[in-house]
Every structure is written in structure tokens, then in C-alpha cells.
Design a protein around this ligand. Structure first.
Ligand code: DMJ
Length: 631
């Protein structure tokens, strides 16, 4: 409708306001808006609101390592939303995560699992163009795989000396037999349980368990390097394809920090170092980030359990009523976490384990011993139970291996190892009336005269560390390693099945045997054959291959079933009572160590590799370029 202009009449606005009023009202309104918007940025703890308004790229400058390489299988996977930011430490508490790191110093945010914008990823997928943010670019290019391989002293799989000289040798036949066992274990798993964590060979199905927070495929990840080593190429490709297509990290359960680290992270890292396949590196780093909330404690000593969904953490209920972290668990992260930093360029992983080292270095140790339970809140020992078996074992292993993996530069780890070993010798080492050397368990000064199967790795560890001890101790440590390994062999030899029990005692006239049914089981554990492998490499005494072969025969006789290998419930009964579990470490460790026992010394040479506690080989950090092997 056309308004007719009437002199002296100013038409009212639709709201009935005249022009000066309207102007004043607009002025007031714009002031109000400016004030509110500004408040979003000035009020404390406004980060959530900022997130609503700022582009994701601005708020998250990229600790994330999601591969956005077009065509890469990872680009097809929708990962879970980012974990919540780690909880801030309580006022006045030392925040280990605030230690200097290049990233942090430059003002990088705390969040360790940020995401890129979905739009950005979509564009990358849609256009087929590689879209990497600057930080991802540096992560991508921070590790030179070819340079790494050229620094190795030996070809990864060795020179195969005996094969070319003796094509039909006994040792070759033995190795082939072990390879066949691996193939059978893998194929059984694939047939009945592909994608599940473990195979149950009696019921012919899969089992997920509760240690991995909803992650699947533990057997696959644990098997990758063994398959590669044995040149089971088709099987390796099956495993790799599963990782590419079906290994999803968007899970939300509670996981064991230790188990995920040694099996999944260790397995992925090894698979990467052996093959150079990016998928393994990227998955390892992504999974490593998911473990970081476990470290949000006042001391930085991680708790044993991390919740993948909420990012909360807790200690195991059985660990001093939920108050303690376990020495073997928080003490067995060092090797893998240093490699996560090496492969990602992200210092956060190395900082976390260096802090653990710092805490352990400072704390008082009763008689130089490391008890198994430590409060992650106070940093105090919670009980004086010391063991080189369960709860303590791999902490000692990681000290000597940190020294070796650092190409013998980490003198702190070396000193800690030899000091700990001296204390163990002084307070825990015993010789039975029958002449068997064993490492007992210590409870505030009282000894339990028993050794767990787990403690049998120590023969190999002491052999491995013997050469870097003080000159006057070297021969002694070699002999000690041999004696402990002999004792562990006795625990096998004295059973009806020639497989060893979970724990064996030295008292009441009985030696190296279990004293109760509840300790008589064998769950396909590797520690005894692990020691045979190290002792073989050190001495070339044929007895270790003989003993190893006895184990192979016993496994075949008592543990092989129609659909895979199974543990047994009583090593003292020739009628096998299977436990219906093919443990992942059987493929990762037991079969790998057996295979290496019957291989040349330069296959995964100890000059180039250290094995994590799940037998996943991680490379020594040779910084010079005098490598000869590479291949
Ligand atoms: C493995 O998972 C590792 O070797 C760990 O350190 C201890 N136990 C099992 C095998 O027995």
C-alpha cells in the first residue's frame, strides 16, 4: 500500500517508534550484543563456548594423527569423537603433563586427541587430494623409514646361513615344524574366531575378554610380526587387511593400560618397523593417545585401567583395595612410549615415561628393592611385596632393555638395572638343598620359597644384561642366568607332560614342583622358552635347543586340539584337561621365541632389536650410519 506523505506528520515504524527512538533502541541493542559476545571470551572457563564459535582448526592445532591421505584405508574409518580433555591436577599438585615439551612451550593445547574438522576430512575423501594440516605433515615426515633401515647392522631376517649350506638340516626341519604350528594356530583362529580377541579351540568360537576396552583382534595384532618373521605371507596379508578394514578404535570400554600397550601398541609398532606400512604406525599412535588419560594422577604414575569413553582412570580393585598402581604395569611402558614419540614427533609419550622414571629414581627403596604396589596419588609404596615374577617382572626387563634400545646411552636405566639386580641377588636369590638356583618372593623380609612361571624370563634377562655388567661380574651373571634357566627347565622336566606349572616351590623336600592343584596349570606361556632363546644366542650350548624341542613335542602332544592350541589345567596329568583358550601370547611369544631358537643369530639380531615384554621387536636407536644390513 502506498503511504501518502502528510506535512508535519512523521509516520510511526511498524513497532510504533519514531526515528530518534528507533535509533536509540538500535544503539542499545548493538551494545548489548557486543557485551554478551565479549563475555564469552572474558569469563573464566569459556572454552566450551569458544568451541561453539571458533572453527575447529583454530582450536585444535593438530596433535591428532588421523591419516587424511586419500585412498588410505584410515580415511574411510569414522573415529570416535575426541576424548574429553585430561582432568586438571588438583591445586598444588605437580602436573607431569606440564613439563616442558616443544609443543607445549609453543602454547599447544593440552588435549591429546583433538579432531580435525569433519568438513576438512570429507573434502579430502571426496576430492582424492591429500589434505594434511601442518602438524600432521610434520608427523608424517618426521620418521625416515629408509634411513632407519639403512642403520641396521644386519638384514632383518638374517642371512639364512644354514639354509643355503644345509638345506635338509635338522634345525631347518625343526624350524619348519614350528612354522607349521604357527600356521595351524593362525588358521584355527581365522576359521573360528577371526576378529575376536582370542580363539576358544574346544568350543570353536571367539572370546573378547575384558582387558582391552572393547578393542578387538588382539590375536591378529599380536601375530603380525611372527607371521612376517616366518614368511607366512598370505597369512600376514590377511592380518594386515583386517587391521586396515576392521580394526576400529572408536570403542568405549575400560582397558588395561599395560595389556593394550604391550600387545596392541607393541604389535603395531613392530609391524611398522618390520614392513614400513603406514597403517601400523598411525594406528599405534592413535591408540597411544587413547591411553594418555591413565596418566592423569597427582604423581603422573598411571593407574592400571583407563576408560576409553570418559577418559577417566582407576586402579585395579585387587591392587590394595584400588589404591595402587602395579610396578610391572607402569614400569613396562618405556620402550613403546619412546617409539611412539619417535614415530609421531609428539613428545608427550616420552614425557610420560620419563616422569615415571623420575619418580622411581627418587623414592626410597627398602634394601634397594622395588615393591610391587605404589600409590599413584602419594607416590609411596603401599606394601613391601617384591617379586621378579608376576606384578614386578617386566619392570626389571624394561630397565636393561631401555639401556640396550638407547644404543647404550641411557645410563640411568643401566644403573637402575644393575642396582636392582644386586638387591635381588642379596635378598631374594637362593639355592635349594638339591642345588637348584631360584629367585624367591619377598614379603617385608620374609621369603616365599617359590618361583612363578612368569619369573622364568629372568634367566634370559640376566643373560642379556651380562655383557654390560662390570667386568668382574660378567661371568657370574652368565652363570646365574644359566642356573636359573636350568631350574625353570627342571620345573618342566619334573612334570608328567614336560610342560611347567604356573608356580613351583622349594620346600618340604619338594623342589621345582607345584604343591597345589591351583598352581598346576600351563596356559601356553613363553617365559621358559624365552630364556632358552637368549641362552642359546649367548652360549650356543645345544642343550637349549634340546630343551626347546622337548617343549615343542609336549605342546603338540598335550596342547594341540582339533581347532587350535589350548592351555591345560594340570601339567601333572597325562590326560589333558584343556582350558579352552589359545592365548594371544602363544602366537606372539611362545612360537616366536621357539622359531628364533632354531634360527640363525642374525635373524632379528640382538644388536639391532630389543623385544618388548610381549616379544614384539623394537629397533635399537642407532644414531650413526654405520649400518650394514638394512634389508
Ligand atoms: C605376556 O603377556 C607378557 O610376557 C607379560 O609380560 C607377562 N605375561 C604374558 C605371558 O605369560
Amino acid at each position: 500500500m502506498l503511504m501518502r506523505k502528510v506535512p508535519g506528520f512523521v509516520p510511526a515504524s511498524p513497532w510504533g517508534l519514531r526515528l530518534p527512538h528507533k535509533f536509540l533502541f538500535l544503539l542499545f541493542l548493538s551494545g548489548l550484543v557486543t557485551l554478551c559476545f565479549g563475555a564469552l571470551f572474558l569469563l573464566p572457563n569459556s572454552s566450551r563456548l569458544k568451541r561453539l564459535f571458533l572453527a575447529p582448526r583454530t582450536q585444535q592445532p593438530g596433535l591428532e594423527v588421523v591419516a587424511q591421505v586419500a585412498g588410505h584405508p584410515l580415511t574411510r574409518e569414522q573415529e570416535s569423537p575426541p576424548n574429553p580433555a585430561p582432568a586438571a591436577p588438583a591445586p598444588g599438585e605437580d602436573d607431569p603433563s606440564s613439563q616442558a615439551s616443544p609443543h607445549r612451550r609453543k602454547g599447544w593445547p593440552r588435549r591429546t586427541r583433538p579432531t580435525g574438522s569433519r568438513e576438512e576430512a570429507t573434502v579430502a575423501r571426496g576430492s582424492g587430494v591429500v589434505v594434511l594440516r601442518p602438524q600432521e605433515e610434520s608427523i608424517r615426515s618426521s620418521f625416515d623409514f629408509n634411513a632407519f633401515r639403512s642403520r641396521l647392522r644386519h638384514p632383518v631376517l638374517g642371512t639364512r646361513g644354514d639354509e643355503s649350506m644345509e638345506p635338509q638340516s635338522l634345525v631347518r626341519t625343526q624350524r619348519e615344524k614350528i612354522k607349521e604350528m604357527m600356521q595351524f594356530a593362525w588358521q584355527s583362529y581365522k576359521r573360528y574366531a577371526m576378529g575376536k580377541n582370542e580363539l576358544r579351540p574346544l568350543t570353536k568360537d571367539g572370546y573378547e575378554g575384558s582387558m582391552f576396552g572393547g578393542l578387538s583382534g588382539a590375536t591378529i595384532i599380536d601375530s603380525l610380526d611372527t607371521l612376517h618373521l616366518m614368511e607366512l605371507k598370505e597369512e600376514f596379508q590377511e592380518a594386515k587387511a583386517w587391521v586396515e578394514e576392521s580394526f576400529h578404535l572408536n570403542v568405549s570400554g575400560e582397558a588395561s593400560l599395560f595389556e593394550v600397550n604391550i600387545r596392541y601398541i607393541g604389535g603395531l609398532l613392530s609391524a611398522f618397523y618390520l614392513t614400513g606400512e603406514e597403517v601400523f604406525r598411525i594406528k599405534a599412535i592413535q591408540l597411544g593417545e587413547k591411553l594418555l588419560p591413565a596418566f592423569n594422577t597427582p604423581t603422573g604414575i598411571p593407574k592400571g585401567v583407563v576408560n576409553f569413553k570418559s577418559g577417566s582412570n582407576r586402579s585395579w580393585g585387587w591392587a590394595m583395595a584400588g589404591s595402587s598402581s602395579i610396578l610391572a604395569e607402569f614400569g613396562s611402558l618405556h620402550l613403546e612410549f619412546l617409539h611412539l614419540t619417535e614415530l609421531s614427533g609428539n613428545q608427550v609419550f616420552a614425557e610420560k615415561v620419563r616422569n615415571i622414571r623420575k619418580v622411581l629414581r627418587k623414592i626410597d627403596k627398602p634394601f634397594g628393592l622395588y615393591p610391587n604396589f605404589l600409590s599413584p596419588v602419594s607416590g609411596n609404596w603401599m606394601q613391601h611385596h617384591v617379586s621378579v615374577g608376576g606384578l614386578g617382572d617386566s619392570f626389571y626387563e624394561y630397565l636393561i632393555k631401555s639401556w640396550l634400545m638407547s644404543a647404550k646411552t641411557d645410563t640411568e636405566a643401566k644403573d637402575m638395572y644393575y642396582e636392582a639386580l644386586e638387591a635381588i641377588e642379596t635378598h631374594l636369590l637362593n639355592v635349594s638343598p638339591g642345588g637348584l638356583t631360584y629367585i624367591a618372593e619377598w614379603r617385608g623380609g620374609i621369603l616365599d620359597h617359590k618361583m612363578g612361571h612368569l619369573a622364568c624370563f629372568s634367566g634370559g634377562m640376566i643373560a642379556l644384561g651380562a655383557e654390560d655388567a662390570k667386568e668382574e661380574k660378567r661371568a657370574h651373571y652368565r652363570e646365574l642366568a644359566a642356573q636359573i634357566t636350568k631350574t625353570c627347565h627342571e620345573s618342566y622336566a619334573r612334570s608328567d607332560t614336560k610342560l611347567g606349572p604356573e608356580a613351583f616351590w622349594f620346600n618340604s623336600g619338594r623342589e621345582a614342583v607345584a604343591t597345589q592343584m591351583s598352581e598346576s596349570y600351563y596356559i601356553l606361556r613363553p617365559e621358559v622358552v624365552e630364556s632358552y632363546m637368549y641362552l642359546w644366542r649367548q652360549t650356543h650350548n645345544p642343550i637349549y635347543r634340546e630343551w626347546g624341542w622337548e617343549v615343542v613335542m609336549a605342546l603338540e602332544k598335550y596342547c594341540r586340539t582339533e581347532a587350535g592350541f589350548s592351555g591345560i589345567q594340570d601339567v601333572y596329568s597325562k590326560v589333558p584337561n584343556h582350558d579352552n583358550k589359545q592365548q594371544t601370547f602363544f602366537l606372539a611369544e611362545t612360537l616366536k621365541y621357539l622359531y628364533l631358537l632354531f634360527s640363525e643369530d642374525d635373524m632379528l639380531s640382538l644388536e639391532d632389536w630389543v623385544f618388548n615384554t610381549e616379544a614384539h621387536p623394537l629397533p635399537v636407536n642407532h644414531s650413526d650410519s654405520s649400518g650394514r644390513g638394512g634389508g
